[in-house]
Design a protein. Structure first.
Ligand code: UDP
Length: 329
């Protein structure tokens, strides 16, 4: 078979850049489409780069015409819970309208295998409920709502046009490429582990814990963390699943292990062997108390193994990247 190009939206971002590396290693050619609003040109290392914005349908059409991709992996999105509560319009426009343009173009160009990066934030705060793929979805922030809307679009396009989708609902993603070719770099940074590492090496004064009065054993929020390399590996498995005609499917991507904010801080102290300066602050609007996957569908059906997704490994890999890696515009 000749070259198989995969269109990777958001390929200049954290997860997308790792996905490009995994695709390349699996024999595909990743074509990055990114507007570089939050992504980095330097992170595009494994295939062609096309700058464009999903909001402009003509940009999207151009890349399908030029590259004739066999499939799409759609990562491009705004993804900050806090920001989504302050500027919901941004999230609906960018995440939903942009995705609609992309999905529409994919159908028009006959590119019907579509892998979508969704989120556990689509489930919302469901105390005591085991979150599996059949759990009801009640997002409590605009970010989760925007991702849920795109899932609905994909369901309708499947019915109407036989477009096939694999939807991955990620829990929290952490770590970095162990070879440190790519890594996590947001500006401004909002995610827990890189912020902890910033506090550890003095790039910021302290890590503020967002809320210490949650109904959890230590009062801080609990999340389920997955190593970015494990996460992108399963995207390649999802793509292959589609290519052999196994049809549309939703998969949670989490390990089932929950870590509180304080537990992550403690682990970071051990891994870096340095103190983590902290400040106890107020809750962040939109945060769920606990998000932990209760499903192993990705393991049983896709053959996924989340071998790097233990907290020590994730922080070790993040720390290595943190000390050496940075992108510039
Ligand atoms: N968090 C925190 N301080 C920070 C950033 C995050 O206490 O400066 C908490 C946040 O409230 C959540 C967890 O860390 O409970 C993970 O947040 P992150 O933004 O990394 O990911 P999210 O869960 O929003 O996708």
């Amino acid at each position: 078979m000749g070259e198989q190009k995969v269109l990777v939206t958001g390929g200049a971002g954290y997860i997308g850049s790792h996905a490009c590396k995994a695709l390349k290693q699996a024999g595909f050619t990743p074509v990055t489409f990114d507007n570089l609003v939050t992504g980095w040109r330097d992170a595009v290392k494994f295939g062609p780069f096309e700058r464009g914005d999903l909001i402009n349908k003509s940009d999207v059409d151009r890349v399908f015409e030029e590259h004739a991709p066999v499939a799409v992996m759609h990562f491009a999105a705004l993804s900050q819970v806090g920001e989504s509560m302050q500027e919901p319009g941004l999230y609906w426009r960018n995440n939903v309208m942009g995705s609609l343009n992309l999905i529409q173009a994919a159908v028009e160009y006959g590119c019907i295998d579509f892998v979508f990066s969704s989120t556990c934030a689509t489930y919302g705060d469901q105390d005591g409920v085991v979150l599996d793929e059949d759990s009801s979805q009640h997002p409590i922030n605009a970010y989760g709502a925007s991702k849920r809307a795109v899932e609905n679009i994909l369901a309708d396009f499947r019915t109407a046009y036989r477009m096939n989708h694999v939807i991955f609902r990620y829990f929290n993603v952490a770590g970095a490429d162990p070879e440190a070719e790519v890594g996590e770099f947001h500006q401004p940074e909002t995610h827990l582990i890189p912020l902890i590492l910033d506090a550890v090496d003095g790039k910021r004064d302290a890590l503020t814990i967002f809320g210490t009065d949650y109904d959890t054993p230590d009062g801080t929020c609990i999340r389920d963390y997955v190593h970015v390399c494990d996460l992108v590996d399963v995207h390649v498995l999802g793509l292959k699943w589609l290519q052999v005609g196994r049809g549309s499917r939703v998969f949670n991507l989490g390990t089932g292990d929950g870590f509180s904010v304080r537990e992550v801080i403690d682990q970071a102290g051990h891994v870096t062997n340095r103190p983590v300066p902290i400040v106890e602050g107020a809750r962040r609007p939109g945060d769920c108390t606990k998000l932990v996957s209760g499903s192993s569908r990705a393991v049983s059906e896709l053959g996924w193994s989340a071998g790097r997704s233990n907290m020590k490994q994730m922080i070790t890999d993040a720390w290595r990247w943190h000390q050496n890696g940075a992108y510039t515009k």
